[in-house]
Design a protein around this ligand. Structure first.
Ligand code: FES
Length: 104
């Protein structure tokens, strides 16, 4: 388990977690209710999931919805900010790439 995810049993606040599972590019990732999609990705150890037009990796930059570096497609809806969208059990997430989009 990633050190980025504090298990409920280890959390001093005594919180109770409701587990959820999303798929990212077909790979199942487990999270807990309340996490953003970016939170689930980061907790799984994935730091980047997009590429800029120049091919440099992108993931969470601002974490508050301002920079749009974290865009993903969620359940067929493009350009969703992963840092702002709460993960829901069963979400189907696919990554996007500006390099791919610019080539179209
Ligand atoms: S990380 Fe900046 S909008 Fe999501």
């Amino acid at each position: 388990m990633s050190p980025r995810l504090v298990r409920a049993a280890d959390d001093a606040t005594g919180r109770r977690d409701t587990p959820l599972r999303i798929t990212v590019d077909g790979t199942p990732l487990d999270g807990v209710e309340g996490q953003t999609i970016a939170g689930v990705l980061l907790a799984s150890g994935r730091l980047t999931w997009r590429e800029s037009p120049s091919g440099t990796p992108r993931g969470v930059f601002c974490g508050i919805g301002a920079c749009f570096d974290c865009l993903v497609t969620v359940n067929g809806v493009r350009d969703v900010r992963a840092c702002r969208r709460r993960a829901r059990d069963g979400d189907d997430v696919t990554t996007q790439s500006r390099a791919e989009e610019d080539a179209r």
